[in-house]
Design a protein around this ligand. Structure first.
Ligand code: FAD
Length: 389
């Protein structure tokens, strides 16, 4: 047990586990088959449990706790068989840090408070058809006309957008100042005239999380919808990414633990050539090696959380944790599925499902290669250019 946790964390862990077992897991197959879950209903329950504002101010309905309690939520939700739900909650929680840290009180009352209570589903609006890894290259633009921003452009791969209430949109608000100082974050209600949502994308995994493109055609929002300072959007979004990356890592750890447990169970029962598959040294060494890597990753994730609680810059640590989570998510479930033989090629097998679901962490919120770029820059291995997602 990490020194991060107290009996209060245990109490929260039990409540979330009950929520997962009673309100999420029984519907996992049905929601996956539908390609989406009733997010508004789920978010209202999550909001009642306080899960959507754990480290947010009480003034806006949050619990005012530190990030160690967010760890508990990511770990427990990450155990859910409805993997798209912790994924969608992670996106929601990663869309609100900039608003909470830099938004005006009026904006927070209007958009943060309902996101914390679960009345509103929030989306992250960064990636575009032509710009994912290189955030500085986005094209969506907001032009000031009188008291409004007028927004044109499109966003790609937007989690929960078919059911979302608002999006934290990164847009170019100037044609000057270069690509790192010409962007702002703007809160855009998804029912604003001119916003349209494209057809849901057919994904490899995380099926009960809906993902779709979002289009903006002369969408008007009041200037006061801008979060914090004009031109600071790129910086705010980079800060926000640290939360997304940590959540992704912690959620993934729960899935990796489960894959290892299921593989040990299966291979200890299944016999070939007169002995359990697990009794082959090559097999148990591989699983032992994965256990060591998973525990090392957990220790790194907890170290990152401690640094975040101490208000330190966690860019390097969070990028390392996200990178290693992505690497393990690609390797571990695939290697373990092999030990299931033909069963490891079956769609319904929990391990093959985790193999599909977990690998998103190697791409979403910054691909593995982009994490390596960030780490290399932070370590002075290459020239620093603040250009990547
Ligand atoms: C299911 C899902 C949900 C998502 N949800 C959201 C969301 O809610 N909001 C949002 O804004 N975005 C979302 N995304 C987008 C996600 O963040 C991007 O897909 C990701 O950042 C990669 O961008 P890209 O797909 O444009 O890949 P590209 O930028 O085209 O990169 C393709 C690949 O090239 C490689 N690569 C890129 N740059 C380098 C480099 N410098 N060096 C070496 N290799 C490199 C990497 O392997 C990368 O995977 C989601 C994506 C998916 C699949």
């Amino acid at each position: 047990m990490s020194k991060l946790f107290t009996y209060e964390h245990d109490e929260m862990r039990r409540n979330i586990r009950r929520f997962v077992q009673e309100d999420l897991d029984p519907h996992a197959e049905e929601w996956d088959a539908q390609g989406k879950a009733p997010l508004r209903e789920i978010f209202r329950k999550a909001g009642e449990l306080g899960l959507l504002g754990i480290n947010k101010p009480a003034e806006y309905g949050g619990l005012d706790l530190d990030f160690s309690f967010v760890v508990v939520a990511a770990e427990e939700l990450g155990r859910s068989h409805a993997g798209g739900i912790p994924f969608a909650i992670g996106a929601h929680l990663s869309a609100i840090p900039a608003l909470a840290a830099h938004g005006s009180d009026e904006l927070k009352q209007e958009f943060l408070a309902p996101a914390i209570s679960g009345e509103a589903v929030a989306c992250i609006g960064v990636s575009e058809p032509q710009a994912g890894s290189d955030v500085s290259a986005i094209k969506t633009a907001a032009q000031r006309q009188g008291g409004d921003w007028v927004i044109n452009g499109s966003k790609m791969w937007i989690t929960s957008s078919t059911q979302g209430n608002w999006i934290s949109l990164l847009a170019n608000t100037s044609t000057e100042n270069g690509p790192y100082h010409n962007k702002s974050l703007i809160v855009v209600p998804l029912d604003a005239p001119g916003v349209s949502i494209g057809a849901p994308l057919h994904k490899l995994g995380m099926h009960c999380s809906d993902t779709a493109p979002v289009f903006f055609d002369n969408v008007r929002v009041p200037v006061r919808h801008m979060i914090g300072e004009e031109g600071a959007g790129f910086r705010y979004q980079m800060e926000q990414f640290q939360h997304e990356r940590l959540w992704g890592c912690l959620r993934t750890l729960a899935g990796l633990d489960e894959v290892l447990r299921l593989t040990a169970e299966y291979t200890s029962e299944r016999k070939t050539f007169g002995k359990a598959i697990l009794d082959n040294q090559v097999v148990y060494h591989r699983l032992a090696d994965f256990h060591a890597q998973v525990e090392a990753l957990r220790a790194l994730a907890y170290q990152t959380v401690e640094a975040m609680i101490a208000d330190q810059d966690v860019t390097t640590l969070a990028s390392m944790a996200k990178y290693l989570a992505g690497k393990l998510a690609l390797e571990l479930p695939s290697a373990c599925a092999q030990y299931f033989g033909g069963q490891g090629y079956m769609w319904e097998n929990r391990v093959t499902r985790l193999m599909r679901d977990l690998r998103i962490v190697a791409v979403g919120g910054g691909a593995n290669e982009v994490m390596l770029e960030v780490i290399a820059k932070q370590k002075g291995l290459v020239k620093k250019r603040r250009s990547q997602n």
